[in-house]
Design a protein around this ligand. Sequence first.
Ligand SMILES: O=C(O)CCC(=O)C(=O)O
Ligand SMILES: [Fe+2]
Length: 345
Amino acid sequence: MGEIDPAFVQEPDHRPKLRTIEVDEIPVIDLSVSEPEKLASEIGKACQKWGFFQVINHGVPLELRNRVEKVAKAFFDLPIEEKRKAKRDELNFTGYHDEEHTKNVRDWKEVFDMLIHDPTILPASPDPDDEETTTYTNKWPENPPEFRETCLEYCREVEKLAFRLLELISVSLGLQADRLSDFFKHQTGMLRLNYYPPCPSPELALGVGRHRDGGALTVLAQDDVGGLQIRRQSDGEWIPIKPIPNAYIINIADNLQVWSNDLYVSAEHRVVVNSQRERFSIPFFFFPSHYVTVKPLEELVNEQNPAKYKEYNWGKFYVNRTGSNYKKLDAENVQIDHFKAPESE
Ligand SMILES: O=C(O)CCC(=O)C(=O)O
Ligand SMILES: [Fe+2]
């Protein structure tokens, strides 16, 4: 120890085992397959067993992905004082940030966050009785000059993929393809650029500590370095997700776990860093409109299978989370477990 700031040091139980073998276990699904039922069935199985899968032939142009990766690298290569000109602040959570905490331990990473829809409306506070909203707009860096246009073009393309996946997931649950689409009329999602610099003590710190994603689903581009690990449901082992060139990693997030009444899992995951190579990843977080009430879908609950969650408001959940990710707090931040129905605990 002693090489890195203690704020980054994980408790012994959560430190990564470094030499894990790469196993190619989560399903890889080819989206160019034309029968929607076959696709939906493969996706459904993956969502139940893993909560994660990779997609290939997904329709997002490779040339655009390469361009967005290039502007991300150019931005993070800038001197720190340049990057901090676009820093997030108390009033606006978009922009550059290098002090994120997951479960109160600092993450070994820098990020740049942007809203997929500009402006985005969110509740002004997590207080359930406060009906005020706040309108957020994106903060942009001056350099590289093509940053803004490239990121926005990329958001539009990945958004199409996210809506298509949402439809396939609905079908996989035995519902109409558009059953979940209305929840996203004023979606509140975010595109994040992650930069994980080499870390002198990768056995002590994590790029992102263990967590579940809070929204509906995540569409993640990772580079060829590797480091993302998911917790296997069957035995709790941390499984590395193998980088596949030009694939996207899709993960079910908390809202879908609740909508599906625990049929689909929002799996815990984390990012391991290394001492040699920097790593980049780009998650697209697909979130519903702020006013959406999240609860198990009526079609999926009955007497034998009662609702396992009480309803909650997405916007309040989100602003509560966002406020807690950026500083060290005394308490755990909000989790869907807090909305478990008493009889299912
Ligand atoms: O960098 C990655 O591979 C995943 C990052 C992640 O889980 C997140 O930003 O929520
Ligand atoms: Fe995540």
